[in-house]
Design a protein around this ligand. Structure first.
Ligand SMILES: [Zn+2]
Length: 399
């Protein structure tokens, strides 16, 4: 037992999930820090851990305050393949920053690795695994609490990542950046989940590339695949903070607005409350976000699931569920907005004349359904397009 007044040992990730707790992940780092001037779009590498540690620390702090239980090391694309001689100090600094902030609250530190640039250029399995191994050595030395292999579009590479991470003996989560159509080798989400669990992942799911609805539809397919194989794992979702109903197989990177014109697609906090509730209903207990997912979106997850978790996050002091803070507004018509029904049924407006609701992805990977839909776009009104889209929407989407 911890001495009186001493620090209580934190429950580990699997202990939390096993006891039925909801674990709230964090949100966007690259996209958010790019907007703040600390990350270069294109390569999307996290040198900011060394160059501007105060910016990374501040963002971790905002997620902690918003209710995150996991401080993921800012180590996306931070393998030797991308960062060359800088890889080590960037990973070490990322671990120290995540730990420093995690110690200020009820959060764990997760060491994160992601897809390599080697896989697509036909790098060998040993070469790719060596790249992961180097990052893992830093995570082990810095004693992170668990590990996440994320943003894999090829199941094979994700399996290699899990195999390496398992070697540490720490719990491993694995998320792929795929939609309902599966990975880039045409493996279904269900099959991907099965392979990741067989490789040793205790938590599986998706992150990035697709918005809340599609991400949940994909996790549902993973869940069904696991059930059909008689395998058990915890489910995880870290969706984009953008709506992407018109994406093809490759996700938001193929949209013409990627990455600098995505603002009209940003999810509201109310959209994210819905996402959190639907994820919970689906049985997902690790719920967070990826690109475009800001601290206030994480707070929305924590507020939606406050009845289940039994508490609100610190950042809710300045919010109040469902806009209740507006009670204090001087204008009566604004005061009238301090209620759930108002925000839940509000029709949104972009404020941009002739702003279409959908666009056509630039790249290959457009789904058959979406392609047909887009061909008809010229001849149809927005309303008809919407109806067509609704009809063709992923059948597996969460009700
Ligand atoms: Zn992302």
């Amino acid at each position: 037992m911890a001495p009186v007044g001493g620090k209580r040992a934190k429950k580990g990730i699997l202990e939390r999930l096993h006891s039925g707790e909801v674990v709230i992940g964090d949100g966007s780092f690259l996209f958010t820090l790019e907007k703040r001037g600390y990350v270069k779009a294109g390569l999307w590498t996290p040198e900011a851990t060394v160059e501007h540690p105060e910016a990374v620390r501040q963002l971790h702090t905002e997620y902690l305050r918003a209710g995150s239980n996991v401080m993921q090391t800012f180590t996306f694309f931070a393998g030797k393949d991308n960062l060359e001689s800088k890889w080590k100090e960037v990973n070490e600094a990322a671990c120290d920053l995540a730990r420093e902030v995690a110690e200020k609250g009820d959060a764990l530190v997760a060491g994160g690795i992601s897809q390599t640039s080697l896989y697509k250029s036909h790098g060998s399995e040993p070469e790719i695994k060596e790249n992961f191994q180097l990052q893992l050595e830093v995570f082990t030395r810095k004693n992170v609490d668990f590990l996440i292999a994320e943003y894999f579009e090829y199941c094979e590479e994700a399996v290699w990542a899990v195999e390496v991470l398992k070697g540490s003996g720490k719990p491993v989560a694995a998320t792929m950046c795929i939609g309902p159509e599966g990975d880039m080798n045409n493996l279904t989400p269900g099959e991907c989940a099965v392979r990741l669990v067989k490789a040793g992942a205790s938590i599986v799911g998706v992150n990035c590339r697709f918005g809340p609805e599609i991400s949940l539809a994909t996790v549902k397919l993973m869940k069904e695949g696991l059930e059909a194989s008689g395998l058990k794992a915890y489910l995880m979702v870290q969706s984009l903070g953008f709506h992407t109903p018109d994406c093809g197989k490759g996700g938001f990177v193929d949209l013409p607005q990627y990455p600098f014109g995505l603002e009209p697609r940003v999810a509201t906090r109310w959209d994210i409350q819905k996402y959190a509730r639907e994820a919970y209903k689906l049985g997902v207990r690790y719920i967070g976000g990826c690109c475009g997912f800001e601290p206030y979106h994480i707070r929305a997850i924590a507020e939606e699931l406050a009845p289940e978790r039994g508490f609100l996050p610190d950042a809710s002091e300045k919010h109040g569920s469902w806009g209740s803070g507006l009670n204090m507004h001087t204008k009566p018509w604004v005061r009238a907005r301090a209620r759930r029904e108002y925000w839940e049924s509000l029709p949104l407006a972009s404020g941009r004349p002739y702003c279409p609701s959908m666009s056509k992805p630039d790249a290959w990977g457009v789904t058959k359904g979406t392609a047909e839909l887009m061909q008809q776009k010229e001849a149809t009104t927005d309303q008809q397009l919407k109806e067509l889209f609704e009809k063709q929407k992923f059948k597996s989407s969460v009700a």
